[in-house]
Structure formats: C-alpha cells, structure tokens
Write a protein that binds this ligand. Structure first.
Ligand SMILES: [Fe+2]
Ligand SMILES: [Fe+2]
Length: 163
C-alpha cells in the first residue's frame, strides 16, 4: 500500500500516522520478541560464541533508546506536526530545533544493528547453533530492513518537508 502513496504529496498527518501505524507498530511487536529470543540464545551460546555477550548488551541498549525515541515522536513531534497542519499559526520550531537529535538517534540505531550483524555471523549463523538464534537473526534482519524504510520516510521526506 505504501508504495502507491506519494509521501511528498500526502498530508503530513497521513505521513506521521502511517509511520506510527506501520513502522512504530512493527517495532512494538518485534522488539520484545527479539529480546526474548536473544535472551534464550545468550543462555545457549555465550560460552561457545563469546561475541554473543556484546551483541546481547548492544541490542538491549539499542532497544531501550529506540523505544524512547518512538514514544518521543508519538507524544511530542508528531502531534505538533499534525496540530500545525490544521492550524498554520502553530509553530513547528519546537520540533525543527530537534531534527539534528532525531537524525543522530536514527544513525545510532542503524550503527548498533550493523555492529550486532557483524557479531552474529552477518545474520547467517551456522546451523549447529540451532533454531532459536536462526529465528532471532531473521527477525533482526527484518527490523533492520524496515528501519531503513522508516528512517528514509523521516529523514528524507518528513524532516525535509517540515524544515
Ligand atoms: Fe519513527
Ligand atoms: Fe525517528
């Protein structure tokens, strides 16, 4: 569906609702699942694959930062954008002054996932390490792909349109 929508032309209300309903919703579903799979994998594998220690820690730091980032967007930035689209006298300065912080948060998430990918066999674990880690890296790969689309919609479209 999103492929057919021209997000340069759509309303900012539709764009921010789409980001929340599709991309944020996916993360709220998948982050706890990946955490549980990674915890189980950690127990099974950390002694055989010591890079698991760093990957497990990096993931949970990334997850905490990312969840806060989503909630900040949903409670501050996105409501302000939607209010100012209805009422042009409402200034977006409180949001546009934070764009650098948003872009930095996005870059940090992608960098953490790239590092986790490097620590976890480029997300292709040897078969002998079992089904749990195989499922875990499949989910990590999927959220990384979705985050690239999500961040493109924010950095390259939403932020440029409000700036
Ligand atoms: Fe977002
Ligand atoms: Fe964001």
């Amino acid at each position: 569906m999103s492929k057919e929508i021209d997000w340069q032309a759509a309303s900012l209300t539709d764009l921010t609702n789409h980001i929340s309903n599709v991309h944020h919703a996916l993360l709220y579903r998948k982050l706890p699942l990946i955490s549980a799979l990674l915890n189980e994998s950690f127990r099974e594998l950390w002694m055989k694959h010591p890079s698991m220690v760093k990957a497990h820690q990096l993931y949970h730091e990334m997850q905490a930062n990312l969840l806060q980032h989503l909630m900040v967007e949903e409670t501050a930035g996105f409501p302000l954008i939607q209010a100012s689209e209805k009422d042009k006298t409402i200034s977006l300065d409180r949001f546009t002054s934070t764009l650098g912080d948003h872009e930095k948060a996005h870059a940090n998430v992608l960098a953490a996932l790239a590092e986790i990918r490097g620590l976890l066999w480029d997300f292709s674990p040897p078969a002998e390490f079992g089904a749990t880690i195989a499922h875990c890296v499949k989910e990590l790969d999927a959220i990384e792909k979705d985050l690239k689309t999500h961040i493109h919609l924010e950095n390259d479209i939403l932020f440029k349109r409000v700036a």
